[in-house]
Design a protein around this ligand. Structure first.
Ligand SMILES: Cc1cc2nc3c(=O)[nH]c(=O)nc-3n(C[C@H](O)[C@H](O)[C@H](O)COP(=O)(O)OP(=O)(O)OC[C@H]3O[C@@H](n4cnc5c(N)ncnc54)[C@H](O)[C@@H]3O)c2cc1C
Length: 277
């Protein structure tokens, strides 16, 4: 019988991975949380709409969650990037090998990768003056002059959606935007248009394409929904038994509360799987 080093390895220490780790820790399972520290919302100073933590800085939420996990004796935390994960054949003991470390179960909570913006200057301001999600930043933008830019489809979607949050909206195709800057005097967003016009806005909502961080999942053979999020069942298990997943990596809608819930579920799923070992 294999002596596994861990009952579970959790890849990714955003809210989904942290929530999954907490469930496993409380079930007194040996769990290794490995995180590369690139949570997407670290770009913003406030997390809007988070249950009981509305407006709190994401960095503070992560620090507190890691502090609480550190109180559990069966949890280990490792800062780093997991490069490889493979299933071990049943005949060889089963489970998984993650960068050479053995585990009975695996939780993937790696989030998504946002592509660099095509608008010069936008990446530097993303999460502050340049945002993408009405549910996250719409309320804080309500009294501001707001630019919305992207493809025609995105603009049509936002024309229907954003007026719920914001009154003063200007829509412009992305092809008309030359660059974004922070105005040194006002601190507002300075938008230079292709025709040379310069205007100031409180914020811009932009289309921000992203892809799944799915290299490990693909190598393990986990199915995905139309090459997007991982397919999971009602217990957060992927199509590969013993591999669970949560958060943006599995979600159609991306929000902290949803990722916490999904992470908790994946943790519960992994505990149930461990009961069967
Ligand atoms: C700019 C911005 C603002 C947002 N604002 C809000 C908001 O106000 N309110 C709200 O509800 N939601 C907001 N969201 C959405 C919300 O933050 C996410 O839905 C949620 O935090 C996703 O959590 P996650 O744990 O799935 O992924 P992430 O937070 O992205 O965490 C994934 C972690 O996995 C790590 N990782 C990935 N691959 C590996 C690997 N191979 N090895 C080790 N570690 C790895 C990454 O480094 C990262 O730390 C915002 C998102 C963004 C981008």
């Amino acid at each position: 019988m294999t002596n596994f080093e861990y009952d579970a390895i959790v890849v990714g220490g955003g809210v989904a991975g942290l929530a999954a780790t907490m469930v496993l820790a409380r079930a007194r399972r040996r769990v290794l949380l490995i995180d590369a520290g690139r949570q997407n919302n670290l770009r913003t100073s406030h997390a809007g709409g988070v249950f009981l933590h509305d407006g709190e800085a994401p960095s503070a939420l992560y620090a507190r969650a890691r502090e609480q996990l550190a109180a559990y004796p069966t949890v280990e935390y490792h800062e780093g990037l997991v490069a490889d994960a493979e299933a071990v054949a049943k005949a060889d003991g089963g489970g998984f090998r993650v960068d050479g470390v053995t585990t009975r179960t695996l939780v993937l909570a790696q989030g998504v990768e946002f592509a660099p913006s095509a608008i010069p200057g936008a990446d530097e301001l993303w999460g502050s003056l340049v945002v993408h999600c009405p549910f996250c930043d719409g309320y804080e933008s309500r009294d501001q002059r707001v630019l919305v830019t992207g493809t025609d489809d995105y603009l049509a979607h936002m024309r229907a959606m954003l007026p719920l949050w914001v009154d003063d909206l200007t829509f412009a195709p992305q092809s008309e935007i030359a660059r974004f800057d922070r105005d040194a005097d006002s601190g507002r967003l300075r938008v230079t248009f292709g025709d040379g016009r310069v205007e100031q806005f409180g914020r811009a909502f932009v289309q921000q394409p992203f892809t799944q961080r799915a290299g490990l999942a693909d190598r393990l053979g986990c199915a995905r929904v139309e090459a997007g999020p991982l397919t999971i069942d009602a217990m957060g298990q992927t199509t590969v038994p013993g591999v669970f997943a949560a958060g943006d990596q599995t979600a159609m809608a991306m929000a902290v509360n949803l990722a916490v819930g999904a992470g908790h579920l994946a943790g519960v799923g992994a505990v149930f799987a461990l009961m069967q070992h």
